[in-house]
Design a protein around this ligand. Structure first.
Ligand code: ATP
Length: 147
């Protein structure tokens, strides 16, 4: 089975005393709330990818605090007219503290992939995010932040 490696971030910022997390709605999957992530480029570390993808997909800079863990899933890639190849994917997630930038201020090219980027309360993310693995990463971030 083909393997794919991505990295992403649980980007956290305190707004009016409340811990918030940046989430996106990927275009074409508009009922989905997901964490920002993307493919690890050659020569890039997973932490570097997480920071780059977070900035590109949300418009907000993030600084890595620590690694939260890896999630794994299998999906079927569908190219036009073809049956689809099964892909085993590993995504490394990092806890990031938000720095400069305004959520949703993303360039035109990124808007093709991201329909919306928004802050969600971190304590609601373990149920509002769509994918189980990402919910676990948000729960882990919540534990770290509250510790
Ligand atoms: P990347 O953001 O890493 O560049 P991508 O946008 O190409 O990736 P994915 O987000 O991995 O691709 O989505 C590919 C398929 O896997 C979609 O059908 C999506 O619904 C599903 N998927 C995405 N994230 C998860 C997850 N955490 N658990 C299970 N399935 C997922």
């Amino acid at each position: 089975m083909r393997r794919e490696f991505s990295a992403g971030g649980v980007l956290v910022r305190t707004i009016r005393g409340r811990a918030m997390v940046a989430a996106i709605r990927p275009r074409g999957r508009e009922r989905v709330w997901a964490l920002p992530k993307g493919h690890i480029d050659p020569g890039e570390s997973a932490a570097e990818t997480a920071m780059r993808e977070v900035r590109e997909e949300t418009g907000v800079e993030g600084r890595v605090v620590e690694k939260l863990g890896d999630i794994r899933y299998v999906y079927t890639a569908r190219w036009e007219g073809e049956d689809g190849e099964r892909i085993f994917k590993v995504v490394s997630f990092f806890l990031l503290r938000a720095g400069r930038g305004r959520i949703g201020q993303i360039d035109a090219e990124m808007r093709i992939e991201v329909a919306e980027a928004s802050w969600l309360p971190l304590d609601e993310a373990p149920r509002r995010l769509s994918y189980d693995g990402e919910r676990k990463m948000a729960a882990k971030a919540l534990e770290r932040i509250s510790a």
